[in-house]
Design a protein around this ligand. Sequence first.
Ligand SMILES: CC(C)[C@H](C(=O)O)[C@@H](O)C(=O)O
Ligand code: SF4
Length: 466
Amino acid sequence: MEKKTLFDKIWDAHVVRSVTDGPDVFFIDKHFIHEVTSPVAFLNLEKRGIGVLHPERTIATPDHNVPTVDQDKTIKDKLSRMQVEKLREYCKKYNIELHDLGSAHHGIVHVIGPELGITQPGMTIVCGDSHTSTHGAFGAIAFGIGTSEVEMVFATQCIMQSKAKKMRITVDGELGKGITSKDIILYIIAKISASGGTGYFLEYAGSAIESLSMEARMTICNMSIEMGARGGLIAPDETTFNYLKGKQYAPKGEEWDKTVAYWKTLKTDEGAIFDKEYHFDAADIAPMITYGTNPGMGIKINDLIPTTAGMEGSNKTSFLKSLEYMGFEAGESILGKKMDYVFVGSCTNGRIEDIRSVAEFVKGKRKADNITAWIVPGSREVEKLAHEEGLVKILEEAGFELRQPGCSACLAMNDDKIPSGKYAVSTSNRNFEGRQGPGARTLLASPLTVAAIAVTGRITDPREVF
Ligand SMILES: CC(C)[C@H](C(=O)O)[C@@H](O)C(=O)O
Ligand code: SF4
């Protein structure tokens, strides 16, 4: 019998029609929407006189443009307000479930989907947002789509897709103390580069991956897109089933047992062939930090920033331009550099475990005077838990400012911007020029590393502090 990868199995189960030498017609189980990419799609749909075929498979939340203070008041920024209002209007008109600002499950789309148990193994999930790859942590084929595809999904619940090539990234062994899943993914991207996954759909495997919680797995799959991949997934296992059990939209009773039996079949067959394979040893991974302006420009925190040795032409030019933007020198140590902001949040690391790890680290300590520290929960549910578990109190006592859920300073499409020239160490996923505000300088790291830097005010190896 043909050996199949997990990706093949889910893919094949969703092909509605195969076209010779053309893309497949591909069925979509769940469609997440937010206020940035869906209003135009709705508008185009209306112009063509078409409605939404499966509103019950569509879930909406406003996250990118929303302010993270005073969410009960009218949004001040006109464009943001209009986008959120449009989303509301269309959801009402087409009977789409909306987790609006202030409601119990409002939050970043990639945080609330899993939290509600909407994201499940074996599904196909799309959203007009590149970090839809996050949902792959549950063993789903999840990827970002463009506005015209959002329109297609509204109208038909299908899209045209060509099958990506398959890559497996295996990480075996045990992670050292102070090393988290964010370090694993920053390490992988640094190894294979920000374009190393282009054209592929990834599967993460190996004992180091299997040992991770669902939240940690989501951090990894989230950043698949930062190496150019279409998406990334992890085979579901007991950790996945335990996470989903009892969640609002998870199957219940007999249906649960039947579904879990199916979910257990969702793994790559022994001997299945990938187009490309990488193997990494968890013991080689250290706390990682980026020094440049793409997520592949990462180093072990106690390594030196690379030199231009061996670089030529445009590679060398863009490397130097990137360092100039960041205000760093080739070949120097990054340790000890003074920082200005820390940002804990986003769909990469804005979940409860992330907040717990920061709170645990800063408990009884204070942030350094030169640091402005923001904690932005990924959802209302995360915010609620953080209060209930006493984490907010610990963080506020340490000088952190708690904000309300949203994308916030991950991309600064709202009021949360890092001022020009300032350094922000961020738990998010992108460090492009201006990503966190015009002229802002972003360094990506794990919540634990960010916590250590908040306390010392400088780039610090979390393993060295306390
Ligand atoms: C605004 C949105 C379309 C975008 C994305 O696709 O990822 C954003 O979420 C991001 O992280 O840059
Ligand atoms: S938190 Fe950041 S990465 Fe995630 S969806 Fe929002 S803007 Fe995109």
